[in-house]
Design a protein around this ligand. Structure first.
Ligand SMILES: [Zn+2]
Length: 393
């Protein structure tokens, strides 16, 4: 849709220029078109009036399209401004969404506002990349049911041409019905299809990857793509459990995120990830390995490394050249008392609901100091008003 609007916008631009230039030659130019003195014309007074009307119409369409496109682009601009204001090290992945189901089923009316084309999305990525060099840009083809194979290949190829390291995120194997529909469509399961059709690598993040066979689990781990797990979302939606034990045994890479914003607490995600597995398997310490016997520390480090890979940011730890994205824990938090090394990370992941983060640094810049963000009153107030508007209150 956005690609079509851009196309029409450019055509109207050229037509408007053409009309004005013709009048410059025939009637004395732009002043005449907007009612100034043009004098006699080659086409007479009637023709002159027709030109004026055409100019006014095209100018009106031009302004309308500019407003619509400006509004669409400002969605991304809003994200950028909000991230800059809050102090978030942003990786922005415009979403490609085209169809309602496998096999190119047309979108539903409710999905219209998400729709785009590979060309339009990639043009947006390129434009944002140029305008905002401080932001990491990548691509999010929503899912195999929302993006047909050819469009997915085109979009990946086009993004590769701009930045072959740009992160790519796609939701896959989130629900059993989606897996069954994918098999009916292609004879393959979603992650199996992706592994066959694309060279998955560390720049890819397969979001959810909940329903995997043993061979898919092994192949996804071997690809070095990140499994983007959203444990509280998957629990909230009743979708299922990721095969964590086998995946970690195979050295698979994981990150954590949220797909519904039902909770946005990173520590809670890690806790749910481990506890869900324990409850299902009826055993303890699922994420513990021989080299890292502490499950909290294992998950924390895995999520940091996977998160850095999936976001395309150098944010993997305290090392030269890495981003200084840091949190400082409150040494006075009671549940951290006496904890050091990996047991500190275990206490952090499993130790209750207290919020132990005291300071936050983003790119070396202090953003939260002594539990306070300098603009938090304004930000929370704006958030409440936005929610009220959305709810019609
Ligand atoms: Zn999802």
């Amino acid at each position: 849709m956005i690609g079509f609007l851009w196309f029409v916008y450019i055509v109207v631009c050229f037509l408007l220029m053409l009309i004005i230039l013709i009048q410059r030659g025939e009637t004395g130019g732009l002043s005449s078109a907007f009612g100034g003195g043009g004098g006699e014309t080659a086409f007479g007074v009637k023709a002159d009036l027709t030109w004026k009307k055409a100019t006014a119409w095209f100018a009106g369409i031009f302004m309308l399209l500019a407003l619509i496109l400006g509004g669409i682009m400002s969605n991304e601009g809003g994200s950028l401004a909000a991230a800059a204001g809050a102090g978030i090290g942003l990786t922005l992945l415009p979403v490609l969404y085209m169809t309602s189901d496998f096999g190119g089923k047309p979108p539903t009316p409710g999905q219209r506002r998400f729709l785009g084309t590979p060309d339009a999305i990639v043009a947006m990525i390129d434009a944002l990349r140029t305008a905002h060099p401080e932001v990491r840009l990548g691509l999010a083809p929503h899912s195999l049911r929302a993006v047909p194979p050819d469009a997915l290949a085109d979009a990946v190829r086009a993004v590769d041409a701009i930045d072959p390291t740009a992160p790519i995120h796609i939701h896959a194997a989130e629900q059993e019905k989606e897996v069954a529909d994918c098999v009916a469509w292609s004879g393959r399961r979603p992650v199996e299809w992706l592994l066959d059709a694309h060279r998955l690598s560390p720049r890819w993040c397969v979001v959810h990857a909940t329903h995997l066979t043993a061979s898919e689990t092994d192949a996804l781990a071997a690809s070095r793509a990140t499994a983007g797990l959203c444990p509280t979302t998957e629990a909230n939606l009743g979708d299922g459990l990721f095969p964590l034990a086998r995946y970690l045994e195979r050295g698979g890479r994981l990150g954590i995120g949220t797909d519904s914003n039902v909770s946005v607490a990173a520590i809670e995600e890690l806790r749910w990830l481990e506890y869900g597995q324990r409850l299902a398997a009826r055993r303890r310490n699922i994420a513990a390995t021989a080299s890292s016997p502490s499950p909290g520390a294992t998950l924390y480090r895995a999520a940091i490394a996977g998160g850095a890979a999936a976001s395309g940011q150098r944010a993997g730890g305290l090392a030269p050249g890495e981003r200084a994205d840091l949190v400082v824990l409150d040494p006075d938090a009671p549940f951290l008392a006496g904890r050091t090394g990996d047991t500190l990370l275990d206490a952090l992941v499993f130790g209750g609901d207290a919020q132990p983060i005291r300071d936050v640094y983003v790119g070396g810049r202090p953003v939260v100091a002594d539990r306070r963000h300098p603009d938090e009153t304004v930000i929370f107030d704006r958030f409440r008003r936005a929610i009220a508007r959305l709810g019609g209150a």
